[in-house]
Ligand binder design. Structure first.
Ligand code: IMP
Ligand code: MG
Length: 187
């Protein structure tokens, strides 16, 4: 039987990042976090849903103890442009943020709005420290001056799917990051 993602392979123009490259990248980031957070009180924060695959791979590679939690933010429309306004759909309900060093885990940074907004939001809500990690970065698309503290790979201005990233809720389960054929989102 065909794996279901082989059906989606036809919608992918090219594989941008292979499973092996993703594995190496996540391992490198985990090593950096292990070193920087060994004397801290790490709360690893998953931003649903795009970062779930990266998040799962990253957390199991960490050697230091940490807690995990999730937030969900809206990105308006199902298209290929991200929204101007960030809405929190699932918030953190904790009263221990002043003891936590939060690391926000994102799949991709594009305009920069989501990460800069969330980092500020968590600081205002009293987190002891807030840093960010983004697996992918499209710096050419930045509208807000923001650089994540940890970064996996810089990619060109292409719409990518797989490894958690979606287009209209599809393709998240692809094991690689691929460039989506433009005809999929322009038709
Ligand atoms: P930002 O707030 O513009 O930085 O947008 C970040 C969010 O936009 C990400 O968390 C993704 O949900 C979405 N996004 C941006 N570029 C892509 C892409 O190439 N593929 C899938 N989602 C993307
Ligand atoms: Mg996202």
């Amino acid at each position: 039987m065909k794996k279901h993602y082989e059906i989606w392979d036809d919608d992918v123009e090219a594989i941008l990042i292979t499973e092996e490259e993703l594995d190496e990248t996540v391992t490198r980031i985990a090593t950096e976090i292990d070193k920087d957070y060994k004397d801290k009180n790490l709360l690893l924060l998953c931003i649903l849903k795009g970062s779930v695959v990266f998040f799962g791979d990253l957390m199991k590679r960490l050697s230091i103890p940490c807690e995990i939690d999730c937030m969900k933010v809206s990105s308006y429309g199902a298209g290929t442009t991200s929204s101007k306004k960030i809405n929190i759909l699932l918030d953190l309900h904790r009263n221990d943020l002043s003891e936590k060093d939060i690391l926000i885990v994102e799949d991709i940074i594009d305009s920069g709005r989501t990460l800069s907004y969330l980092a500020e939001y968590l600081r205002i809500n009293g987190a002891r420290s807030v840093k960010t990690v983004s697996l992918l970065d499209k710096p050419s698309r930045r509208e807000v001056d923001y650089t994540p503290d940890y970064r996996g790979m810089i990619i060109p201005d292409e719409f990518v799917v797989g490894y958690g990233l979606d287009y209209a809720e599809k393709y998240r389960t692809l094991p690689y990051v691929g460039i989506l054929k433009p005809e999929i989102y322009t038709k």
